[in-house]
Design a protein. Structure first.
Length: 367
């Protein structure tokens, strides 16, 4: 497939830390703007952004609306990033983070053309001049970079680059698709409208090179994997344990159920409907057994009266509650009052050691 061939062509970019270091004052070469959309394409792209992205990235692309999602109007991001730097996480998500894949090939709601159009729309909305940055590797002292990283970066990005209140820098998708110079540009200039401030006046050129080299050293390569998609439950499967008793949850603030209480209800074979309110692509990766994917961007009027009103509904997401709260409020607005939100979210559920169902992965090739 063309998408995967393009993806594979990017995998060799800057996966090593040898070669000449690039001056931070290197001459900037400007790139032409991305392809301009027709009025119809731009309108559809904006609709898709508001439907799928605004919950976390903000209605005005400002970022950090939920789950510390980055700003998508940041000058330093969009001037230095290729369209692929935005497109690939949108299409395939960031495994291990709440960022789901939105391409229909992995179970998302958008076509290939729609993901490209949304990417171009974001660049045009930002209105920044794109610059060409080097794809050469950056060299540096990795042990010194690790020390500097732990002192200056770990509080937000995590001691293992796993991400806390900032993006996961050890994420293999991010490391595969972003060049060393892209990483360093972010350190130098920060990300406008976010807590990521510029470090160019705090750290020296050499120290920034060292941190860049350390972040790159977290890459362990890229392995193509082909998901084996699970069938979406049918209406007769909405209710789990249909012959069981109803759970008797004590909801905190009238809306939240705890993970221990939900686990007990599942183990006791209580009658329930469980909604996974994330994008369907991440439901495909891992979900609470018996859950039905009902993404936050669904047309809820379509489901009016499709689910029985007398069955307890529990919704969850991974942000840890924003999407689930949104869905429950929508359901309550159309008459479903026996509704609750899993307080800890799926990540909290997994952190407690509670079970999830995971998809099978088959070795993939360059199809």
């Amino acid at each position: 497939m063309q998408v995967r061939l393009v993806l594979c062509s990017l995998l060799g970019l800057s996966l090593f830390t040898s070669g000449p270091a690039i001056s931070l004052q290197a001459e900037i070469e400007h790139l032409p703007p991305p392809r301009k959309l027709t009025a119809e394409q731009a309108q559809k792209a904006e609709e898709n952004y508001q439907k799928y992205c605004s919950l976390c990235h903000g209605a005005d692309r400002q970022g950090h609306a939920n789950d510390h999602a980055p700003s998508l109007r940041s000058k330093s991001l969009l001037e230095s990033g290729t369209p692929h730097a935005v497109l690939r996480p949108m299409q395939y998500g960031r495994q291990g983070t709440p960022m789901a894949g939105y391409l229909d090939e992995v179970g998302g709601p958008m076509t290939l053309d729609e993901t490209w159009d949304l990417t171009y729309w974001l660049f045009w909305q930002a209105g920044v001049d794109r610059i060409k940055i080097s794809t050469d590797p950056v060299t540096g002292n990795i042990p010194n970079g690790e020390q500097l990283y732990q002192e200056n970066c770990a509080v937000c990005h995590g001691s293992e680059g796993e991400g806390i209140t900032a993006p996961a820098l050890a994420n293999q998708s991010a490391l595969a698709h972003n060049s060393d110079e892209f990483i360093r540009h972010a350190i130098i200039h920060g990300r406008e409208d976010t807590p990521m401030t510029p470090w160019k006046d705090i750290l020296s050129d050499t120290e920034i090179n060292d941190i860049t080299a350390f972040i790159r050293s977290r890459a362990s390569g890229w392995k193509q994997e082909k998901p084996v998609l699970q069938a979406i439950p049918t209406p007769d499967e909405y209710v789990i344990n249909p012959d069981g008793e109803d759970p008797d949850f004590t909801l905190t603030d009238g809306i939240y159920v705890s993970s221990p209480d939900l686990l007990e209800a599942l183990n006791s074979k209580k009658r329930m409907i469980i909604f996974d309110t994330r994008a369907t692509s991440v439901w495909q990766i891992a979900h609470i057994e018996g859950s039905f994917p009902l993404p936050y961007y669904s047309d809820f009027n379509k489901y009016k009266e499709e689910f029985p009103l007398d069955v307890q509904i529990v919704a969850y997401c991974s942000c840890p509650r924003a999407a689930a709260e949104y869905v429950v409020n929508k359901l309550r607005g159309i008459g479903y009052q026996k509704t609750a939100v899993l307080y800890e979210g799926l990540f909290g559920w997994q952190y407690l050691g509670y079970p999830v169902t995971r998809r099978d992965i088959a070795a993939g090739g360059d199809e």
